[in-house]
Design a protein around this ligand. Sequence first.
Ligand code: SAM
Length: 342
Amino acid sequence: PRVPEGDAAIRATDNDAALARLSAVRRGYLTDPFITPLVPRAHLEPSRPPLINIGTYVRSEALDELVNGWLALSAQEGAKCQIVSMGAGSDTRFWRIATGPSRDNLARYIEIDFPEITTKKAMAIRKSKDLSAVLGKPEDVSLANGGTALHSPVYHLLAADLRLPPAESLAPLLTTGPEPLLSPSLPTLLLFECVLVYMSPAASGSLLQWFTDYFSSQSSSPTSSPSVLGCIVYEMFALGDQFGKVMVNNLKARNVSLPGAEPYPTFESLPNRFLKHGWEVAKALTLKDIRREYISQAELERISQLEMLDEIEELELVLAHYAITWGVKLPSNADGLKAQWR
Ligand code: SAM
């Protein structure tokens, strides 16, 4: 059932994510010149507590590493990559990629969110020289659908409720120009960053099935080259355990209605999201393990000097409830590729 007030609370989580990023940038954890123009009255916003800053840092670094690795791998295979970010909110990843070393490897970057969020983002982009300059010449950038969508040569912003059947919510991916906006023959990476918790497993399963089908049917066509489909999910999990319940109650206290997601996924169940659609690679890591095993000692020392954090135990407890899961689906004729994409 649709709960409009619940939806407003779900949309408000975008502001939380943007403020967390702004705070981590100001405190020196991350570098991101593009977040400020996306946050209204950014200069008035207070910093977040150290624990949130560190969490934001670990998540952001880990996702960047995976996304940049994906772009590099596609480039190695001689193809530009397209990225579709679901529930993208005020994310700045497109601007960071488009001004970074992998910019030539990016064919297309598509963001989808509720129309209320995309309208605000489109206006912020229009208002900011720093954001709009990256999109291309002004004459190549246009608003569409009553200002809820924006198109440019590489970057596209689309409005949809991702809980609706994909044939409806994802229709704009197929129909925006003479060629479908989403090319069926390019390596494609899907991002779900902190959004699946607001959707039922059935709804997110249908989205994955839609993309799986879209890329499978094309890879058998003799005219299109095989394309790899990847997906990265960042989410809370184990919300049924003692600390998980605290996290759920915090969301509920702010009127965020979570879909009846119980039983909540456990760490072991996370890769099943991809395996059950027949994908070949599926892995997961918690932020706790990423911080311990994948962030360099030099970086850990650097960030430990930014702010005092005495509650390492609490930090680890929180980070142990967030995971990054990623999966790869290879085209049927590409067995040789498998090792590389692991
Ligand atoms: N991905 C961004 C990030 O990590 O910074 C934003 C995360 S924010 C916590 C969740 C976003 O998902 C919000 O912008 C919200 O509007 C969007 N969202 C949640 N449910 C959605 C749905 N059913 N359809 C479209 N967008 C949705």
